[in-house]
Design a protein around this ligand. Structure first.
Ligand SMILES: [Zn+2]
Ligand SMILES: [Zn+2]
Length: 167
């Protein structure tokens, strides 16, 4: 219960974005559905990089009847229509983030799964230079750094209280 603020509320424009995406899907000929809308709303209210399991929990807070297959189908739809990007950071679960159109790379905690985004112009340029040296011209790239986040490292450093029982 230390200083970390509760970040359960997503971006303030989440509901608006969800509504506009639902409307565009409807215009693309897809029948509107309450469960799908719940998934879309949960997705845009999230901080991004969410798994299907995490989305299912969040969507069920909006509409308890949402099932896992609806989450799968909805996310597939959002990816196909360019509203979401699927990322694979290992661990066997795809993670989804809203398609921003802005390039960024990721640092991933191998302990708790936390994902942070970054973009560093120097690294971007270095990658171009390395590729050029090898005779390549880069169309795209993915850069993922894996390690332990600050919270997990702090938890690891804490001495175990067990066995030192006070009376
Ligand atoms: Zn962590
Ligand atoms: Zn990202």
């Amino acid at each position: 219960v230390s200083g970390s603020p509760k970040q359960h509320r997503g971006p303030p424009d989440a509901a608006e974005r969800a509504a506009s995406v639902s409307a565009r899907l409807a215009r693309a000929g897809l029948k509107r559905s309450a469960v799908r809308n719940a998934v879309i709303e949960a997705f845009f209210a999230s901080e991004g990089h969410v798994t299907v399991d995490e989305l299912l929990l969040r969507a069920r807070e909006i509409l308890p009847s949402v099932g896992p297959s609806t989450v799968y189908r909805t996310m597939k739809l959002l990816v196909e229509h360019g509203f979401a990007t699927s990322r694979d950071f290992g661990g066997g679960h795809a993670r989804f983030e809203p398609a921003s159109g802005r390039h960024h790379d990721h640092v991933v905690c191998t302990r708790c799964g936390a994902v942070r985004e970054f973009e560093d112009q120097e690294i971007e340029l270095l990658q171009q230079q390395v590729a050029r040296r090898l005779g390549f011209e880069i169309d795209s790239h993915r850069l993922e750094l894996y390690g332990r986040c600050a919270a997990c490292r702090a938890a690891d450093a804490r001495p175990t209280a067990r066995g030192r029982g006070r009376p």
